[in-house]
Design a protein. Structure first.
Length: 277
């Protein structure tokens, strides 16, 4: 089998990889749940390539992301749900339906008119979606209600921030950041109790509550939690790299270094940052 610019070749490759008898052992055993983290990761790598303005990487990463779509569609087809063609048909139908001012007769000739038309069409789509979900016996709908506009597909930190912002619009919010600090201390206490209990599920639950409270104080002091964490990640990379390069310069390795030795170099990296700052 050879490479091709035709999407059908990629679909054929995925079908071959998933073949129960002759396919790849790793690909055969994957499920929607096991592949989901890779799908999210590939979307982030596309974003990273864009931020770096690296068109070579962008082309490559878009291919990796497309593979995820083909992978999910193949598994759905095997389960008798839908195929890649159905995915393409659904999105093309949606784009045509939402742009009657381009693909059909429409009086929407201004940005405001187009937006109103778009909103009207989306409302009609929501009604149709609700009917389909009801027919399949799906009752819980996170897209319903006042918080329904906050997408669950957002990264968890972003979803938490947007849920809090949305709730604040109707007054469900803290009045100042100081009480949130008390809430954070309360959540830390509950996390300690969960750790002492040895109940992993409770630990995970309390950890989530703590992170949610930390996001809340970030919102109140106008420090975006996602960007704040990215800054800390960058700082961690820089300091850990100082540990690694310092060890190498002295003929040592990360694997052989003690925690005390690494902590010493970590503090040295912090001291350098303070001097530069």
């Amino acid at each position: 089998m050879e490479a091709s610019k035709d999407i059908s070749r990629l679909i054929e490759i995925m079908a071959a990889l998933r073949n129960p008898e002759t396919g790849c052992p790793w690909d055969i055993v994957q499920t929607f749940e096991t592949i989901k983290p890779y799908t999210i990761e590939e979307a982030y790598e596309v974003s990273d390539a864009i931020e770096r303005n690296d068109m070579d990487d962008l082309c490559d990463e878009l291919g990796d992301l497309l593979l995820q779509v083909v992978f999910h569609a193949r598994m759905a087809e095997e389960g008798g749900e839908f195929s890649f063609g159905d995915v393409v048909e659904a999105i093309t139908a949606k784009m045509i339906r939402r742009h009657p001012h381009v693909f059909a007769r429409s009086e929407a000739d201004t940005p405001d008119a187009v937006k109103k038309q778009w909103d009207d069409i989306k409302q009609a789509e929501k009604r149709e979606r609700a009917e389909r979900r009801a027919a399949r016996g799906i009752s819980e709908d996170f897209k319903a209600g006042f918080l329904g506009s906050v997408q669950r597909s957002f990264p968890a930190l972003t979803e938490a921030l947007k849920l809090q912002e949305r709730a604040a619009k109707v007054g469900f919010d803290w009045s100042a950041p100081e009480p949130i600090l008390d809430k954070i201390e309360e959540e830390i206490g509950e996390l300690r109790e969960a750790l002492a209990s040895g109940d992993h599920g409770k630990v995970s639950d309390e950890l989530g509550d703590l992170i949610f409270a930390v996001v809340n104080i970030g919102r109140h002091v106008k420090a975006d939690p996602e960007q704040s964490l990215r800054g800390t990640n960058t700082k961690f990379r820089r300091r850990f790299n100082h540990i690694e390069t310092s060890l190498e310069a002295q003929g040592e390795t990360l694997e052989a270094a003690t925690l005390e030795r690494m902590e010493e170099l970590w503090q040295a990296a912090k001291a350098i940052e303070r001097q530069l700052g």
